[in-house]
Design a protein around this ligand. Structure first.
Ligand code: SAM
Length: 555
């Protein structure tokens, strides 16, 4: 039996109500009933009123679908609406919004422009057009204005950013059979932006230390379910997700091959070579397990056990292109998280054809502890830093064991850590003939946590350092940045040094202002990019001194 006209109207108003309340699933169901009824009753051409009403219903259903990230179906809705009325402003607006999500910025601008032509003075149309124009420019030029956010000491609202694909491509890597990696395609200097990537899914958490294992697993499950949902609802996203490996099986990896970069290039049409495989939860789970990154760079498998124990705010996410970057303990790129977007900057000068790497976890640790963390990713890192420490394993065995023991301790560990720094310095002096200066710096980086407390404390310096040749804080900062050029703790220390020099309180006699500024600028460049203006860096440094846990206290 067909629905009566009055019933259809009733359904439409209920649909409008639940849409306003943000009950997306319910709104989709009700609009579907209404649209089906209208389509069965009448053809579009012979009733202008009904045509308008169906366009509105399609457009509203598209909105609900966008909120649920059901992009393919949402696009179909707005296209159907626009077929009936090619200048229907709301459908044009929602089509623009879908295209923005699909990283088709110029097409999105066209839609917003057309919507404005037919319905000027609508603030959300105007704002969306401004955003899509900004995104068009960002993805063409790789030029992003992060100044306000950085000047706020990264405390303000992060800017929304477009995706960007710089001079990079995926190729087979030397790190293992069948392994792919990301490579730079031209010579670039440190601070060059290589890519900006938006996540497939992201999960943020501020959780108390005693958060239960169960609760952690719920968050992980929700995260994986979200990836599955996105994969099911957008062919483009699915095709990206399915380029990723799900496990270490070499044959399966070989079968995946090297994906076409067109898949990651924003603002261009890319035709899939073949239809995607169906979405299978076990494969999605494997992909999430192997490729999820944490903002703070610790291993995600460890994360299931540890991360949510942290009382701090952290975030996990799946960013597809960055997931092709292999790990190194002395990497050549730095990850910067701006809201949900992941920025990848060269942190060193790079030659065309070099493989890009970043750290998957905290690498300011000695070899044994790094190896343990690597295990959770099922590989053994063979970077030059690991090889160096492997060759000195016998010499460093005692200090390393003690370091691991002290790490497990609570607050009283600062004193013991400093004693370890003294021991390591003695060891470095013993090994003088066998080590180059840069090797010494890499070793200090591995024990950075032993140096920082002493760097910041006259008491510890007096207790352990007096009469001994301990390195200056500048040497420790340089040691850390020799391994990790864009390290945040080193930046905080550099900011603190600069602050002290500025206020005439320098702990170190060889810390003139220019040198301190140069050091801080170098780290900023590696982390935030070479586009950073000096006044922005200065503001950041001030903000770091003001807001953050500074390593060097005012002793
Ligand atoms: C996020 S994926 C990186 C992309 C991966 N190479 C691929 O082809 O899909 C992480 C996996 O890459 C491999 N991998 C990453 N860094 C490595 C390294 N330094 N040495 C050996 N294998 C590494 C490991 O198999 C690891 O589980």
């Amino acid at each position: 039996m067909h629905m009566q006209e009055e019933d259809a109207k009733e359904i439409r108003s209920r649909a409008n109500e639940v849409l306003l309340r943000g009950e997306w699933e319910e709104a989709i169901a009700l609009y579907s009933q209404y649209i089906d009824h209208c389509s069965a009753q009448i053809t579009f051409s012979n009733n202008a009123e009904l045509k308008k009403s169906v366009c509105m219903a399609l457009s509203n259903r598209a909105e609900a679908r966008i909120r649920l990230r059901d992009l393919d179906n949402a696009l179909q809705d707005v296209n159907n609406a626009l077929q009936a009325d090619p200048i229907h402003p709301k459908s044009l607006y929602w089509k623009g919004r879908i295209l923005l999500e699909l990283h088709r910025y110029s097409l999105a601008s066209d839609c917003f422009r057309l919507a404005i032509n037919h319905q000027p003075n609508t603030t959300e149309f105007q704002e969306s057009l401004e955003k899509s124009r900004r995104f068009e420019l960002q993805c063409k030029t790789g030029s992003y204005d992060l100044s306000d956010w950085i000047c706020s000491g990264l405390m303000g609202r992060p800017p929304e950013c477009a995706e960007y694909l710089g001079p990079v491509e995926i190729r087979y890597s030397d790190v293992g059979v069948g392994e792919r990696g990301l490579f730079v395609t031209k010579d670039v200097e440190a601070g060059t932006l290589l890519a900006v990537s938006k996540p497939v899914a992201i999960a943020r958490a501020i959780l108390p230390e005693a958060f239960s294992e169960n609760a952690r697993m719920v968050i992980w499950k929700d995260f994986v379910t979200e990836i599955e949902r996105v994969a099911k609802r957008s062919t483009k996203m699915l095709s990206r997700i399915y380029t990723l490996a799900e496990d270490d099986d070499v044959e399966r990896k070989k079968k995946l091959g090297v994906p076409h970069m067109g898949l990651f290039r924003p603002d261009v049409e890319y035709e899939l070579e073949r239809p995607c495989d169906p979405v299978v939860m076990s494969r999605v789970l494997g992909i999430a397990d192997l490729n999820t990154l944490t903002e703070k760079g610790c291993s995600v498998k460890k994360l299931a056990a540890d991360l949510y124990c942290s009382s701090e705010n952290d975030c996990i996410g799946l960013w597809v292109l960055p997931a092709f970057v292999n790990h190194s303990c002395s990497p050549n790129t730095a990850r910067l998280h701006v809201g949900d977007s992941l920025f990848l900057h060269a942190s060193r000068d790079l030659k065309a054809g070099e493989e890009l790497t970043f750290a998957y976890f905290d690498v300011l640790l000695p070899l044994g502890m790094r190896r343990e963390l690597c295990k959770t990713w099922s590989f053994v890192c063979r970077c030059h830093r690991c090889e160096l420490e492997q060759s000195l394993a016998e010499d460093l065995k005692g200090i390393e064991a003690e370091f691991a023991r002290v790490c497990d301790k609570g607050r009283e560990r600062e004193m013991e850590m400093s004693r370890l720094a003294v021991k390591l310095e003695e060891k470095l002096r013993q090994m003088r003939g066998r080590l180059k200066d840069k090797d010494k710096q890499l070793l200090r980086a591995s024990f950075a946590k032993a140096y920082w407390p002493m760097c910041g404390s006259c008491v510890l310096m007096k207790r352990w350092g007096s009469g001994r040749q301990m390195p200056s804080i500048e040497t420790v900062i340089d040691a850390v940045t020799s391994a990790l050029p864009g390290d945040e703790t080193a930046l905080c220390a550099a900011a603190a040094v600069l602050d002290k020099v500025n206020r005439g309180l320098s702990l170190s006699p060889q810390g003139p202002f220019q040198e301190a500024m140069h050091r801080a600028f170098g780290i900023c460049k590696a982390l935030y990019g070479k586009q950073m203006k000096p006044h922005v860096i200065k503001a950041l440094i001030h903000a770091l001194v003001r807001n953050r846990g500074i390593i060097v206290p005012n002793s």
